[in-house]
Design a protein around this ligand. Structure first.
Ligand code: DP6
Length: 346
């Protein structure tokens, strides 16, 4: 394929960390409850899309490389995603696509990359559509909507700072179809830290997609969906007021609830590891002894996200270096911060 400046786009898009968790979905990737996240920065995917015209035969023509190598498993997920959205991006069947994708974090770190990967790809596609339609700006609601169809949590990665996905009475224009910014937040949360402690790099025994499905038969599901709605109300209020202690309490409650839901699924399963629990114990002890607002959250896996305000970075660094790093696989920690969302590179 001939590569010219006109037929390449490249975007960087970050991962995000949910404080109120999305866990349970229905229909075409619609959430059972609202979720609220902080968009990250250091943990990101860079995706490059090259495209050349072809006859419009109604089919998707795709070559896919992950970190420079052909990757059939990822290719098949991307191909079915592109097929699912070809009515919404009609140019998809008019071009041959060659896609290259790179993650900033080590491939084997056990970090879920679907949020950054899907949103980076969608930003490239929305940018191509913008150019073809000769419009000025990317329609970010459409970008969030399409990212959601790739992976639910990806809908939130296109938003800078704090993002809400799912209809909620406190945020005007919020929707189950796309994420929206939560703008009324205290500056303390704009510079929050998230140190991602890699406890294990093993592949998860149950994928998130399977976990969402198991919520459909979980006896606690109705109470959980109501609880998540109410926690979202509390979190929005805490973030507006700059109440980091309340924020942290909600983050930890949500993390443990998420894992309790896994443990109460049929069949039950556990994604935490012994070092996850040791780290939680150490974080809580340190907080109590030193009165420092440092908290944890977890995604659907064993790794710990250590959340704290920038002004406490030096104190938390002592906890990380003296206690927590030794619990990490290969001593691996990704030091991340709240970020500004996707960036165009080419
Ligand atoms: C625990 O977005 O990975 O991280 O929509 O099936 O792709 P799919 O699921 P995914 O689920 C993420 C769940 C979570 C919580 C969250 O990010 O809100």
């Amino acid at each position: 394929m001939r590569e010219t400046a006109e037929n390449i786009v490249q975007w960087q898009s970050p991962s995000n960390i949910a404080i109120v968790k999305y866990w349970g979905k229905h229909g075409r990737q619609l959430p059972r409850n609202p979720s609220l996240s902080l968009t990250l920065d250091a943990a990101h995917t860079i995706t490059e899309v090259m495209f050349t015209e072809k006859e419009n035969d109604g089919k998707i023509a795709l070559e896919f490389f992950f970190e420079g190598e052909p990757n059939p498993a990822f290719k098949s997920r991307i191909a079915s995603f592109l097929n699912a959205i070809k009515d919404e991006l009609t140019f998809l069947t008019m071009y041959n696509f060659r896609i290259n994708s790179y993650n900033s974090f080590p491939h084997s770190s056990g970090i879920a990359s679907s949020a950054s990967a899907m949103s980076a790809l969608v930003m490239c596609l929305c940018d191509i559509e913008r150019t073809l339609q000769k419009s000025e700006d990317i329609d970010w609601r459409k970008a969030s909507h399409l990212s959601r169809l790739g992976s639910g949590s990806a809908s939130r990665s296109v938003i800078s700072g704090a993002a809400l996905w799912g209809t909620h009475e406190k945020i005007k224009h919020s929707s189950d179809r796309y994420a929206v910014p939560v703008s009324d937040i205290d500056p303390v949360f704009q510079s929050f830290h998230d140190d991602i402690l890699i406890i294990s790099e093993e592949e998860k025994s149950v994928s998130s997609t399977a976990g969402h499905q198991l919520m459909e038969g979980n006896v606690y599901a109705p109470a959980r969906f109501q609880q998540a709605y109410d926690k979202t109300t509390e979190l929005i209020e805490a973030m507006a007021a700059g109440d980091v202690w309340k924020f942290g309490q909600i983050a930890e409650d949500e993390a443990l609830t998420l894992h309790a839901l896994m443990m109460s699924s049929q069949p039950s399963y556990i994604l935490m590891k012994p070092h996850t629990l040791t780290a939680i114990d150490q974080i809580r002890k340190f907080r109590k002894t030193h009165k420092v607002p440092v908290f944890f959250t977890l995604d659907a896996g064993p790794n710990i996200h250590l959340l704290y305000p920038h002004e406490h970075a030096d104190q938390v660094n002592t906890l990380v270096e003296e206690t927590l790093r030794a619990l990490c696989h290969n001593d691996l920690i990704i030091r991340d911060r709240v970020g500004q969302g996707p960036k165009k590179l080419k």
